[in-house]
Design a protein around this ligand. Structure first.
Ligand code: RIB
Ligand code: CA
Length: 313
């Protein structure tokens, strides 16, 4: 059993990661969810998180984090996720409770009050995580590891060199990667191989209520991906939860990751030193390969579980 906290910016792929985490309560104890401005504004991603958690009848604390990055102003991604940040499904409306605590304070208090070490799962820009580590350095003793979606060694998606989550807040990312904590980095090298095909999306339509929601999310997300050259859909954020549940379907390389934070065209680029003579700690496992069929099967099995739970309610 792993005790986890998810920091996210829902976001279509964030939503699927939340679903799969909630489908495995015997392996992942979800202590709480925090939101961060990223795909859309903080208020919109927080509303999306409330809608997902309410739809799934989850009983998980939710706290809103930072509006935007440490230094610059937030640039959202409506072109990818739509004006709401999670375009596609229609949600009736929700009164899912929102903590009075700020996201960072909620993360800190939850970790402090939990006996066992906690795993942080970061699915958006790393602002909340960086503020947690900088503001409460003692908390690192209570963190098992950080599993994050972000970066990439071979290319970007927001720019030629930088992936969106890192590009939004490279200063925060450098703080996190250099924290000394064990990190699993699900960057574009692996997440763009973790694709669900159009046919696999289509077959979700005829299944239960939660599968139907996934179908509505993925139909929009797939269509939106065409403008970026994708035919099938990379489920970036889901790679973090899939790694926690089935690490054996992934492989990667250990590295010491830094982030470019200057004003050059490389701002937000993540890089490691892979020279033979490179010395020093290599705390980051950079995922590079995934068994795609097993990855998609994990999603489909989780949706089947959630459909069944809904049916039994
Ligand atoms: O680059 C992909 C990442 O940016 C994912 O986390 C997606 O949700 C967006 O936040
Ligand atoms: Ca995300």
């Amino acid at each position: 059993m792993k005790k986890i906290l998810i920091d996210c910016d829902p976001g279509h792929d964030d939503a699927l990661a939340l679903m799969v985490a909630l489908a495995h309560p015997e392996e992942l104890e979800l202590l709480g969810v925090t939101t961060i401005g990223g795909n859309q504004t903080l208020s919109r991603v927080t509303e999306n998180a409330k809608n997902i958690l309410y739809f799934l009848a989850a009983d998980v604390p939710l706290a809103a984090g930072e509006e935007g990055p440490l230094v610059k102003s937030l640039k959202t991604a409506p072109e990818a996720h739509g004006e709401s940040g999670m375009e596609g499904p229609y949600f009736e409306g929700t009164d899912y409770p929102l903590s009075q605590a700020t996201g960072v304070e909620f993360l800190y208090q939850t970790i402090k009050q939990t006996d066992d070490k906690v795993t942080l799962v970061a699915l958006g820009p790393l602002t909340n995580i960086a503020l947690l580590l900088k503001g409460h350095p003692e908390v690192t003793e209570s963190i098992e590891e950080i599993v994050l979606m972000g970066g990439g060694l071979s290319h970007g998606n927001q720019t030629a060199l930088a992936e969106f989550n890192i590009y939004v807040d490279p200063e925060a990312a450098e703080i996190v990667f250099q924290s000394g904590l064990p990190i699993v980095m699900a960057g574009l090298d692996v997440t763009e191989k973790a694709e669900i095909t159009v046919a696999e999306i289509e077959q979700l339509a005829g299944r239960g209520r939660v599968s139907r929601l996934a179908y509505e999310l993925l139909s929009f997300y797939n269509e939106s991906g065409r403008q970026f050259g994708f035919i099938d859909s990379p489920l970036h954020d889901l790679c973090t939860i899939a790694y926690l549940l089935k690490p054996e379907i992934f492989s990667g390389v250990q590295a010491d990751i830094h982030v470019i934070t200057d004003e050059s065209p490389a701002r937000g680029l993540t890089y490691g030193d892979f020279r033979r003579a490179a010395v020093g700690p290599k705390p980051v496992l950079v995922l590079q390969e995934v068994m795609r069929e097993e990855f998609v099967a994990l999603l489909l099995t989780a949706l089947t579980r959630l459909d069944a739970e809904e049916a039994n309610q």
